[in-house]
Design a protein around this ligand. Structure first.
Ligand SMILES: [Zn+2]
Length: 433
């Protein structure tokens, strides 16, 4: 016999099936906004309107203020403007006596550049659907998750169910470079008992992630016309030495005893040489070369300690070189100042997520340790708010032809709806079969 809870859940799932086309349409629309760094406002206004007009949520917008945030240990240095780049918060406020617990659903709407676009078979901003996949920059990372979390709450409400606790929908900026969007909203007081972030991790529950920092290494040369290039010092060639030192540092990081959540991972701490900039003329010996890299490191290590160690390591490597010891590289840091974390999977957040996952996937939730960073760190590290990531299945993240599996988006929508009913509690009508 079906219980009242089963019938309620069924009615919500029917609602998700019934509004599936609308959800796919919403996902396509938000993927068609090219919301790279600095260009987030149009999609944020679109989402804010949707939350307010289609869902009746109380909508707030927060503009991150670097001055206010800069003393926070989780703040990441940036030198760009935050004007007109809001974080959006939509609040569902339960009526009457609160029975359950509150939850934040949070997704980032910033995406990385799709360049080189010539490598794509699909328009990166087209959100083209082929079979069961949607292609485009941000389809997986992570606008599909944003659609799933919004439509989970929408389906619960459209099915006539009143949740007994508050739900917050946050769409944030700058997840891909600083996390300052997420941090600003929490600092403004937008908090709850737990937070769920639908990053595209293939319906697994995140229990740990590495720390991440960005480093910039400026290597000097001695510029000249190529006819006397033998007397000049080529900064591009000198920069090889610093790149090799970075790769040696990576080897050293990975040869240490691994953090307990990463013992199964062959190479958890990655250094990516992501940018190199030098030279402007084939017949000129370049005077300066700037190398930028992303550095992953174990949970438990403070970002500032890692930066100090890395700087000392690179300068020591420079000391061994004739030119670089006389002309030491300038080492600086900006962007990610992200500490890693590890949380206990034996807690209520994961119990309820597991129950919800079982309903749609019919197998227990698997846990996952991530070799990159997510905004979940802020909640776990600084506010005592347990937070995890659980989201759809996709591929080619940060690469050409990014895609998301639409079937997984629907399943995550259902898992999140089931989570809402159990976590928040509810009252209100039960739709009869
Ligand atoms: Zn992401």
């Amino acid at each position: 016999m079906k219980t009242e809870n089963d019938l309620t859940l069924e009615s919500v799932f029917e609602q998700i099936d019934a509004s599936w086309e609308e959800e796919v349409d919403f996902l396509q629309k938000i993927c068609q906004f090219p919301s790279t760094l600095g260009n987030e406002a149009p999609v944020q206004h679109f989402i804010a309107d949707f939350l307010e007009k289609e869902m009746g949520l109380a909508v707030s917008k927060v503009i991150p203020d670097p001055e206010k945030l800069s003393s926070h240990p989780g703040y990441s240095e940036s030198d760009w403007s935050y004007d007109e780049r809001p974080v959006v918060i939509g609040e569902y406020r339960s009526e009457g006596k609160k029975k359950g617990k509150s939850v934040i659903f949070q997704g980032h709407i910033d995406v990385v550049s799709p360049e080189p676009v010539s490598f794509w078979k699909h328009d990166p901003w087209g959100a083209e659907i082929v079979g069961n996949k949607m292609y485009g920059r941000g389809t997986a990372d992570m606008k599909s998750g944003v659609a799933a979390m919004i439509f989970a709450l929408k389906a619960v409400r459209d099915a006539g169910i009143k949740l007994s606790s508050d739900v917050m929908i946050k769409t944030v900026t700058e997840e891909e470079c600083t996390g300052n969007g997420a941090l600003a909203a929490i600092e403004e007081g937008f908090k709850a008992d737990v937070a769920l972030i639908p990053e595209p991790l293939g319906q697994k529950g995140l229990i740990a992630q590495v720390g991440v920092i960005w480093v910039k290494v400026k290597v000097k040369g001695l510029g000249a016309h190529t006819e006397r290039a033998d007397k000049a010092v080529n900064s591009i060639i000198e920069s090889y030495k610093m790149i090799n030192a970075l790769l040696d540092f990576e080897k050293a990081l990975n040869s240490q005893e691994k953090h307990k959540d990463f013992t199964d991972h062959p190479h958890p701490y990655n250094i990516n040489i992501g940018k190199i900039h030098s030279g402007d003329w084939p017949s000129t010996v370049p005077s300066e070369c700037i190398v930028e890299a992303r550095v992953g490191f174990p949970p438990g290590v403070k970002p500032q300690d890692l930066k100090d160690d890395l700087k000392a390591y690179l300068l020591a490597a420079a000391q061994k070189d004739e030119w670089l010891s006389e002309n030491p590289p300038e080492i600086s840091f900006y962007g990610f100042h992200a500490e890693g974390f590890s949380i206990d999977p034996n807690q209520e957040l994961f119990d309820v997520l597991n129950d919800a996952h079982m309903v749609t996937e019919e197998k227990p939730l698997e846990f996952f340790s991530f070799t990159a960073t997510t905004d979940a760190r802020f909640y776990n590290l600084y506010y005592g708010i347990p937070a995890t990531c659980y989201g759809p299945t996709g591929g080619a993240l940060h690469a050409p032809n990014e895609w998301v599996d639409l079937e997984s988006v629907k399943r995550v929508t259902k898992t999140y709806a089931a989570f809402l009913l159990k976590w928040c509690g509810y009252s209100g009508k039960v739709i009869e079969e």
